[in-house]
Design a protein around this ligand. Structure first.
Ligand code: PLP
Length: 500
């Protein structure tokens, strides 16, 4: 049995008069605070705050912190999300006062170290993508999509073009069509073919002189690299449109191939995925975007620039770094100040730690780990497009559902009892009863084997056991919709009054 207190609210633990501490005689006269304020400024009754000892509070919050699954506590194969290990080195360095305590309104002269780091990071993002124009302002992947599509819109406006349609793949993340809509485009969906790749016939049918951008995820959300990329590149560019690469799956191709080399004109990174920024629970993330040189003038800013100092005597004072405001052609700012620099600092440290060939290893190991899992899992779960995969793969529980009434959701719930975070389920939408597994590169063979063993056992277990799972977690199986829409946040005060 775990710490009982962590299931109770602070209000329920409260006992009248209990305090965190009591001070001894301080040698100064005491003052009654009531006398310091006019009567009408005071409430008639004190606010109903819980009264607790310090130990109660500490146990309560430490208890709550142990209820979460995290990459630090569990294997976390949440497909598409790249829940990779967050090196503690990143945290230590990002917490140095020179990074942590800077103020966004501080003068550039006091920010030279941070600006140098960010300048170098822009260069690394450009190099890894093969696209020279970089803006690190967007705050997340989806925000990067929006910003880049606004860049594309500004470009076409300048060309006097009325291209107004963005094509998205049916296997794309929901953010793709959403971002296109928000950027003012109409969207059309391009189908996947039987192999899970872009259906070229459908792409041809939908490309015309109204198409502004084709948004492609490559490797795609099925964990497949689209081998038709040269043809796609040709078709889209011949039609006068641009290719946007959703870079959420860069973890599979770092140092192996570059979006700019295979045809992308614009892209975003998710540093909180690919470059090990801690994430989950909504952020903070970052969504740096990279574009071809003819699009760079439309990028949101500020961006970091540097000038060489005249008469510099050594490396230390060679350059001065500036935050350069957006140009007249720019789409402007897409958020306040510079961006989520904390995540960017972590990305920089991650990139510096691995270096160029280390990064290639990251991707090779990510792909190896996923293929190892795939080769085992496909013996007991169908994997519709799965001879080989990139850094993740999508299995399907359709057959199990027919034969044993065992759904993807059942598997996701039951695997918690085995001490693993659930894989992503029901995404991408093109696979029925999808179970999407992404191991990430730092997991050992032992962990992967234990995960396969757990998955296999679940497929052999009795229905009743699984339908009520999980059994070992604090809450068993809430109704997903009700739990999100009508959460019960209830406490009862000493007088038995309840509030929500
Ligand atoms: C995560 C993800 C996004 C959105 O990125 P956020 O940083 O969560 O906004 C877009 N596309 C794909 C394929 C993703 O996996």
């Amino acid at each position: 049995m775990r710490n009982q207190q962590s299931t109770q609210l602070l209000f329920e633990l409260s006992r009248a008069g209990r305090r965190a501490h009591r001070l001894g005689d301080l040698g100064v006269p005491s003052v009654n605070v009531d006398e310091l304020f006019a009567d009408e400024a005071l409430a008639e009754t004190p606010p109903p705050l819980p009264e607790l000892a310090e130990g109660d509070v500490v146990r309560h919050f430490v208890g709550l912190s142990t209820l979460n699954m995290s990459v630090d506590t569990h294997f976390y194969p949440l497909g598409s999300c790249t829940m990779k290990y967050n090196p503690k080195r990143n945290e230590r360095i990002a917490s140095l006062p020179g990074f942590l305590n800077v103020h966004p309104l501080q003068h550039e002269s006091g920010l030279q170290g941070l600006l140098e780091l960010l300048y170098e990071l822009q260069g690394m993002f450009a190099e890894i993508s093969g696209l020279p124009g970089v803006s690190m302002q967007p705050a997340a992947g989806a925000h990067g999509e929006l910003a880049a599509l606004l860049v594309a819109a500004a470009y076409f406006r300048d060309q006097g073009s009325d291209r107004s349609v963005v094509l998205t793949a049916d296997s794309a993340h929901g953010t793709n069509p959403a971002s296109a809509q928000m950027a003012g485009f109409k969207t059309k969906t391009v189908k996947s073919n039987a192999n899970g790749l872009v259906d070229l016939e459908d792409l041809k049918a939908k490309l015309d002189d109204k198409t502004a951008v084709f948004m492609l995820t490559n490797p795609n959300t099925l964990g497949l690299f689209d081998s038709q990329i040269e043809e796609i590149n040709q078709l889209v560019h011949d039609a006068g449109a641009l290719i946007y690469l959703d870079g959420a799956n860069m973890n599979a191709i770092l140092g192996i191939t570059r979006p700019g080399d295979f045809g992308a004109d614009l892209m975003h990174y998710n540093p909180h995925k690919t470059f090990s920024g801690p994430h989950g629970g909504g952020g903070p993330g970052a969504g740096p975007i990279c574009v071809r040189d003819f699009l760079a003038k439309y990028l949101p800013g500020p961006v970091v620039t540097r000038v060489e100092n005249e008469g510099a005597s050594g490396d230390d004072d060679r350059y001065t770094y500036h935050l350069t405001s957006p140009s007249v052609d720019s789409i402007g700012r897409v958020r306040s100040f510079f961006g989520n620099t904390g995540v960017l600092v972590r990305a920089y440290i991650y990139l510096r730690t691995y270096g160029g060939d280390g990064l290639r290893h990251v991707s090779e190991d990510a792909v190896l780990g996923a293929n190892y899992l795939l080769s085992k899992v496909k013996h007991f779960l169908d994997v519709p497009h799965g001879d080989r995969c990139m850094h993740e793969f999508v299995a399907s529980a359709t057959r199990l559902k027919k034969e044993k009434k065992l759904s993807a959701m059942d598997i996701a719930k039951r695997i918690l009892d085995y001490g693993f975070h659930a894989p992503t389920v029901y995404f991408p939408l093109v696979v029925d009863e999808a179970v999407m597994v992404e191991p990430t590169e730092t997991e050992s063979k032992q962990t992967l084997d234990a995960f396969v063993e757990a998955l296999f056992r679940i497929t052999e277990e009795g229905e009743e056991l699984i339908h009520d799972a999980p059994h070992s977690t604090r809450i068993s199986r809430p109704d997903d919709v009700t739990a999100a829409r009508r959460p019960i946040l209830k406490w009862t005060d000493a007088a038995g009054e309840s509030a929500t």
